[in-house]
Design a protein around this ligand. Structure first.
Ligand code: B4P
Length: 191
């Protein structure tokens, strides 16, 4: 089974490249951001709590995310070729619980880190904000999200680096060039 964790700062292209990898390798795609936005759209009480966190540029709780992941893994079809985790884990606690959960299911994963310069991240998110209607795609929230990323998500890269299944990709290039780099890494990792 090919399981890929795609990490990176906000706007690094996780969603964009996960769609490519899911299509290329026939993987089940889980975007925790999409699941959270769907909960907001449902208008539930939980969705309202999530909305206030996301629109302020903060992460939602590790417990809530873990429930999402458990449900996703439990409902995978028997013939599933693998999974792509898009934007998860975002904290070391999330990474530790994912390692445990995968181990319990006799699985493992490789982690790919999309590295993008800060100015480019901001430019991309502001551009996306023109059409996305997302409450977190404005300059103040973007700055806060990048700060949260440095504080809470960057240590996740070190966690996987120590585990020995870490790959970094230069995400400053065009979508097609980044996809090509990802393909090379997946082929190298699965050889
Ligand atoms: P996410 O939905 O994961 O999204 P993101 O970080 O904003 O963007 P992504 O990296 O996917 O960028 P995209 O491909 O769209 O997170 C949203 C929020 O949900 C988080 O801030 C957090 O509050 C919450 N959340 C999610 N997961 C969580 C977790 N595990 N724990 C706690 N909270 C969680 O690309 C951005 C733009 O750039 C697009 O417009 C795209 O077209 C463009 N682009 C992409 N690649 C490009 C390239 N190579 N060149 C030019 N443009 C490019």
């Amino acid at each position: 089974m090919l399981n890929i964790i795609l990490c990176g700062a906000p706007g690094s292209g996780k969603g964009t490249q996960s769609a490519f990898l899911a299509e290329q390798y026939g993987l089940a795609h889980l975007s925790t951001g999409d699941v959270l936005r769907a909960e907001i759209k449902s208008g539930s009480e939980l969705g309202k709590k999530i909305e206030s966190l996301i629109s302020a540029g903060n992460l939602v709780s590790d417990d809530l995310i873990f429930g999402v992941i458990e449900r996703f893994i439990a409902q995978l079809p028997k013939d599933c070729k693998g999974m792509i985790f898009d934007g998860y884990p975002r904290t070391v606690a999330q990474a530790e619980s994912l390692t445990e959960l995968l181990k319990k299911n006799q699985m493992d994963a490789i982690m790919i880190d999309l590295m993008v310069d800060e100015q480019l991240l901001t430019d991309r998110l502001l551009e996306r904000g023109k059409i996305s209607g997302r409450a977190d795609d404005n300059i103040d929230t973007i700055r806060h999200r990048i700060a949260v990323y440095h504080e809470q998500t960057e240590p996740v890269a070190k966690y996987y680096l120590h585990k020995g299944n870490y790959f970094a990709v230069n995400g400053n290039h065009t979508v097609e060039e980044v996809s090509l780099q990802l393909k090379r890494i997946v082929e190298l990792a699965t050889r």
